[in-house]
Ligand binder design. Structure first.
Ligand code: ADP
Ligand code: MG
Length: 261
């Protein structure tokens, strides 16, 4: 497990946490059929927070963040995203999806569309952005993730790290207020992990509210303001990174850290 993720200076002074609430989860429970996958989740995320969610495989990390943009439904309790309560009301779901960007382990780019088309598709068809403006925005974010020269290529012509940076740019084109990352570097070769983490650090420095499921504990130390540890569908422990790593409280957290660090 890599420790230091970047040789780049990380400017934490730019990462300000506001009083404003971005996500409020209250006594949320979820089942897959009879299987109780998330248990009494309480979580308040303030604007500007960078939260790393850690925990063993199968502990419910992906399910939790997928509930935040309603890729999964919860059955009890409440999730409020940027003031919008997640219910079955479709209008709400559309609104939330456009405010919450998501980046997956497998980049999920459309293989038959160019990089530029991947980035303009949703803004044009979902947000009804005029094509010219959508292209301008897409180029802006492709520059930000440092691959504007790849705009006219297809995903299959890019490396994994480049594809993941496109996936991040594509999300940003929707101008999300919150970004969710689900193991964005887990499918990448080691030499490409850094370029994706650098992109995420830049985003954090711009004040983006981020929830990241990741095993990159170096990233957690350098960027997160809070680390949440999940096990068996529950939030077992959470703390600022320094305390979380140096002074874990529960035995489950201690065991987990001893296995990954
Ligand atoms: P993590 O991301 O922490 O590895 P997940 O949220 O993917 O965990 O999964 C939590 C648990 O829920 C696991 O036991 C997994 O097998 C189960 N699970 C995940 N998705 C589904 C699904 N669609 N249907 C039934 N069980 C699922
Ligand atoms: Mg997962």
């Amino acid at each position: 497990m890599s420790e230091l993720v970047t040789d780049r200076e990380v400017d934490r002074s730019k990462m300000k946490v506001s009083e404003e609430v971005a996500v409020q989860i209250t006594r949320m429970n979820k089942w897959y059929g009879a299987f109780h996958v998330l248990r009494d989740i309480d979580l308040t995320v303030h604007k500007g927070e960078r939260i790393v969610i850690a925990g063993p495989s199968g502990s419910g990390k992906s399910t939790l963040i997928r509930c935040i943009n309603r890729l999964e439904e919860h059955q009890a309790g409440q999730i409020v995203v940027d003031g919008i309560e997640l219910t079955n009301d479709l209008k709400n779901i559309d609104k939330v999806r456009s405010e919450v960007g998501m980046v997956f382990q497998h980049f999920n780019l459309f293989p038959h569309l160019t990089i530029l088309e991947n980035c303009t598709l949703a803004p044009i068809w979902v947000r009804k952005t005029p094509r010219r403006e959508a292209v301008e925005t897409a180029m802006h974010f492709l520059e930000k993730v440092k691959i504007p020269e790849q705009a006219h290529k297809y995903p299959g012509q890019l490396s994994g790290g480049q594809q993941q940076r496109v996936a991040i740019a594509r999300s940003l084109c929707m101008k999300p207020r919150i970004m969710l990352f689900d193991e964005p570097t887990s499918a990448l070769d080691p030499e490409m992990i850094k370029e994706v983490l650098d992109t995420m650090i830049a985003l954090a420095e711009e004040g983006m509210t981020m929830l990241c499921v990741t095993h990159e504990m170096g990233f957690a130390r350098q960027v997160a303001n809070r680390v949440i540890f999940m096990d068996q569908g529950q939030i077992v422990e959470q703390n600022e990174p320094e305390e979380f790593f140096n002074n874990p409280q529960s035995d489950r957290t201690k065991l987990f850290l001893s296995q990954i660090l």
